[in-house]
Design a protein around this ligand. Sequence first.
Ligand code: TYD
Length: 136
Amino acid sequence: MTAMPPLHRLKVHEDARGKLVAIEGPGDIPFAIGRVYYIVAGDGSSRGFHAHRTLQQVMMCVHGSCRVVLDDGRARSEYSLDRPDEALAVGPMTWREMHDFSPGAVLLVLASDRFDEDDYIRDYDVFVREATGGAA
Ligand code: TYD
C-alpha cells in the first residue's frame, strides 16, 4: 500500500441531478483494480472478521452507512462510512470488521485481485500471530 491516508475524499461532481463520483486508477486508488464487488445490507448483521495476506482494497459506503473496524494486530481504528465520496483504504494484513449497517446500505469494494480463499486469514489468533511476527 502507498502512503495514502486510510480515509480520503473523492471528487464529487454535483448538480441538481445528484452526485457523480469517478474513481480512476492509478492515482485515485493505489493499485490496479482486479475485482469489484458490493455488499447490500440485509438484517444489519456484522460482516468481515478476516484479513487478507496480500489483497489491497478500497471501500466506500455508496448508500447508507456502516462502521468499519481495522486492526493491524496491535491496535484498532474505527471509521464511520456515511457518505458516497469517502474511500477507506484497507491494506494487506489488516483484520476488518463491518458493523452497524443501516437498512439497505451498499458497501462498494474495489480489490487488487480476484477472489482467492487461500489469501484469507479467518482466525483472529492466527492473524495476530502472523501480523506481529509471533510477538503477540
Ligand atoms: P464472506 O467472506 O462471508 O463476506 P464478508 O467478508 O463480507 O463477511 O463472503 C460471502 C460469500 O461470497 C462467500 O461464499 C465467498 C463469496 N465471495 C465470492 O465468491 N467472491 C468475492 O469476491 C467475495 C468477497 C466473496
